[in-house]
Write a protein that binds this ligand. Sequence first.
Ligand code: B12
Ligand code: SF4
Length: 445
Amino acid sequence: MARVLCINPWIYDFTAFNQWIEPLGLLMVAGVLREAGHEVTLVDCLDRQHPDALPPRSPGHRFGCGHFLKTELPSPHAVRHVPRRWGRYGIPVEVFLAELKAMTRPDAVLITSVMTYWYPGPFHAIECVKDTWPGVPVALGGVYASLCPEHARTYSKADAVIVGEGEQQAVDWVNAVTGEHRRCDAPVEHIMPAHDLRRRQGYAAIRTAKGCPYSCTYCAAGQLCPGGYIPRPVAAVVDEILWCRDGLGAQDVAFYDDALLVQGHAHLKPILEAVINTGGGVRFHTPNGVHARLVEPSLARLMRQAGFVTIRMGLETADPLQGARDGGKLDREDLERAADALFAAGFSRNEVAVYVLIGRPGQTVESVRETANYAHSMGVQVLAAEYSPVPGTAEWQQAVSAAHLRGDDDPLLHNKAAFLYRHGRDWNRVKIDIRAGNHRVLAAA
Ligand code: B12
Ligand code: SF4
């Protein structure tokens, strides 16, 4: 049995807010390593309940969400043009180092990564591990490692950069670096992510299916899950939700699916019915957005009954051909139908919002305004989602061809704020107007 330490690193950014953030991919890998018989521990730099580093509180905190502790730092050269303060979010470095020093030297360390422009977090964690335990092998995986593998191999100092789905690869890598011969014989989709390794945060992130059947031009879902949309067994998802609720005290569950409502009647519906039949008692949230086109009255009623309180809708179309044509613009009828279904099911205006992508190359301020005004006229709040260029996507290639980006740019420039300020028109004005429109929507409720 090997001792495997998993690390969820800090976020380095201009802003960060904990919207049910959980290192779900790392916890899935950890669950499989544990199933294979290894001793697995976690150090979580984004632990908002750490007794030595509680974050600032503010009135906006609810459903387990809230601010992280921020340590301001000078902006790196690549993003100096952004007139905002950069910094590290999460527990202080001293607290992290104290955690490492209190542990027995591990046999292998696994570090995850999420946004490509957050890479300084994993890099810093790797440096700390290498200083504390010289010679301990470190593997880096996750979204950044998968989308920017060459950058990660060149600069991260990890001993291995693992691209793509990590469950089996992590078992193989740990065996290779420790000389163990452990295997995980259970099917991966039945193994619970190791949510219990985290200190209780009051919420859990759950993915009911991997991948997405669509292929929007700005999205990396197809690269990250090349097998397309694959639902997990309903019983496994229900068991996970009930374990989080009853075993780990989670009152809030956020879905991390790319396509939660796809095959909704065959997949999400029986999951929600099972939760309702066991007494409910959890609030559900869709921070990643569901497809407006797939929200219909009976599903909306079931979602309401099951305890959804945060409905975020994406404006990505549910039709791949349309998606290729529309450039992400709102399909008016879809939103109208979805809003009608949600409000008729009893959702309040406070609970429903639609993401509108802003700052995409070629997009006009007027088209965003028009979209936002239309959503507001339906009584739906609008959340401006700033465009982040994602390597390997069709829009990335177009941005490189149009010289908006260079293929070898520092991934810090993928930061939504960095991209907006470099190429932006007056998006700030639009954002202010969108917020004013939201106030009007809520005031009229
Ligand atoms: C959930 C989600 C969110 C959540 C938060 C996620 C988080 N932890 O912080 C929310 C809704 C808040 C969010 C916000 C945003 N997101 Co987002 N999000 C996702 C999503 C759908 C899932 C990520 C996830 O957890 N997946 C589930 C786990 C199981 O997968 P995983 O982490 O990849 O793990 C697997 C492997 O990577 C590997 N692995 C992971 N760690 C390790 C470690 C080791 C050692 C090994 C061996 C393997 C390994 O094994 C795991 C299991 O197979 C992805 C799309 C996707 N399909 O990945 C986009 C994605 C990451 N988001 C993206 C974007 C653009 C955004 C936003 C900028 C959107 C916007 N315009 O506002 C914001 C940014 C927020 C910010 N503060 O900057 C982009 C990435 C952009 C980039 N440049 O990196 C993605 C890829 C979607 C896309 N458009 O292509 N997001
Ligand atoms: S529908 Fe959403 S997850 Fe699927 S490809 Fe489009 S943006 Fe990505």
